[in-house]
Design a protein around this ligand. Structure first.
Ligand code: GUN
Length: 283
């Protein structure tokens, strides 16, 4: 039976470290770090995520603000909102909640964010910094996954890592972070041939494809560490991951549950990125 990696407990530890960092920032600079979240439209899931971010920011002493825009907002208006936040010295972090409604182009909007305030780490300048080993802001969910891997004590140097899923938000930055820790990384996806056999080579398997319980026991080498980034609903409407927890936990060495694994880490590292951005801006 695998060790269950307790993401809630690790996230609580990260949040309390951030709260201490925020106290020091306030002492030095006389104001709290500021995080502005832009929410356009009325997607129900996004509204819940944004409320959770607002609440989590307040709990660690970050000055969180939500800018709610209508689903009919024009790209020009959205860009103007971003530029105002870029220019606002009290704003250290900017996050535009995705997906954007209608025909709004996320790449145009994300590229308009000041890279130093880009707490999602999605701006091309931060993406380039990540792949070239330069300092920059790194996407929150992959950072959370790396922290969970560190908690297991698994050694990454020379390990085989398979990342299932090639999104800009998780798969690609995850591959870059694992590579930076000297893992041998394979980025697999929906068109990869012989996926179960490939995944069975992995010492570390990251599942981020968004397909309910795709990863079954035949995908997993005995003793492997399995990180499940999936957030899906099963036929009964119950939250489930990309990993079939029941069968995989019987053979993996360590595994994250859903819920209570990667999920809580994303917000914890959003707060950490906000504090880092604030400190970096103050030099
Ligand atoms: N929507 C789903 N995940 C994310 C995320 O990590 N950042 C943003 N901005 N929007 C999201």
């Amino acid at each position: 039976m695998a060790t269950i990696i307790d993401g809630k407990a690790v996230a609580a530890k990260v949040r309390s470290e951030v709260a201490e960092g925020v106290r020091q920032f306030v002492q030095r600079h006389g104001r709290a770090p500021g995080l502005s979240v832009v929410l356009a439209g009325d997607d129900q899931a996004s509204a819940v995520y944004v409320r959770n971010k607002e609440k989590a920011a307040a709990e660690v002493g970050i000055n969180g603000r939500v800018h709610r825009l209508s689903a009919q907002v024009s790209e020009a208006e959205l860009l103007a909102t971003v530029r105002n936040l870029n220019a606002d010295d009290a704003v250290d972090g900017i996050l535009v909640q995705l997906p954007l409604p209608g025909d709004l182009r996320s790449e145009v909007v994300l590229d308009a964010i000041d890279p130093r305030k880009d707490v999602d780490g999605f701006h091309p300048e931060n993406v380039g910094a990540l792949w070239t080993g330069k300092p920059g802001l790194v996407p929150c969910t992959p950072r959370g996954c790396m922290r969970l891997l560190a908690e297991t004590g698994a050694s990454l140097a020379g390990a085989r890592a398979v990342v299932l899923g090639r999104s800009n938000i998780v798969g690609k930055p995850m591959a870059a972070l694992l590579l930076a820790q000297h893992a041998t990384v394979t980025l697999a996806h929906s068109r990869t041939r012989e996926l179960p056999a490939l995944c069975r080579e992995a010492d570390v398997l990251i599942a981020a494809v968004g397909r309910s319980q795709l990863v079954t026991a035949e995908f997993v080498k005995p003793g492997a560490v399995v990180i499940d980034v999936g957030m899906n609903r099963d036929d009964a409407g119950k939250l489930c991951g990309d990993v079939d927890f029941a069968s995989v936990s019987a053979i993996a060495g360590a595994i994250t549950p859903v819920p209570g694994g990667v999920g809580p880490m994303t917000i914890a590292f959003l707060l950490e990125n906000t504090l880092s951005a604030a400190n970096a801006r103050k030099g």
